[in-house]
Design a protein around this ligand. Structure first.
Ligand code: GDP
Ligand code: MG
Length: 148
């Protein structure tokens, strides 16, 4: 089953939006297979955002991401990478439609409360980075009511 890495960023944790974000993925039918509150530090976040290291906003991004704990999660399900990005909304919250997480709860691009992997390949890379201990495999009886 496809998996994606979803993270509540420090501002989302501080603003008490962890439950709200989890709720939307749960309600959709996706399966939570890993979850932790963690504050891993600069080197780890620089690895996570390695593809952005030439950007002007990179130092500010790393400062933001290390300003408090994050909630790291792995969600599984059919099409979860793309669908997860739809649930999150656009990178710029002001361009995100109401009904999306960023559209409903954020304003600035540099305080957009959540992260979601942008491809199946980067999802697997991010899952390995954030959950080297591995994730939980389990069957859900309810899947027969979610998948045809
Ligand atoms: P995402 O995949 O939608 O999170 O967007 P990107 O991978 O392009 O960027 C990663 C994160 O960097 C975004 O979620 C923002 O928090 C931040 N970011 C991206 N573009 C900008 C920008 O132009 N300015 C600032 N301040 N932050 C940015
Ligand atoms: Mg990205």
């Amino acid at each position: 089953m496809e998996r994606t890495y979803i993270m509540v960023k420090p501002d989302g944790v501080q603003r008490g939006l962890v439950g709200e974000i989890i709720k939307r993925f749960e309600a959709k039918g996706f399966k939570l297979v890993a979850l932790k509150l963690t504050a891993p530090g600069k080197a780890h976040l620089e690895k996570h955002y390695a593809d952005l290291k030439e950007k002007k906003f990179f130092p500010g991004l790393i400062q933001y991401m290390t300003s408090g704990p994050v909630v790291a999660m792995v969600w599984a399900g059919k099409g979860v990478v793309k669908s997860g990005r739809v649930l999150l909304g656009e990178t710029n919250p002001l361009a995100s439609l109401p009904g999306t997480i960023r559209g409903d709860f954020a304003i600035d691009i540099g305080r957009n409360i959540c992260h979601g992997s942008d491809s199946v390949e980067s999802a697997e890379h991010e899952i390995a980075l954030w959950f080297p201990e591995g994730v939980q495999a389990f069957d859900r009886a309810v899947d027969a009511w979610i998948y045809e």
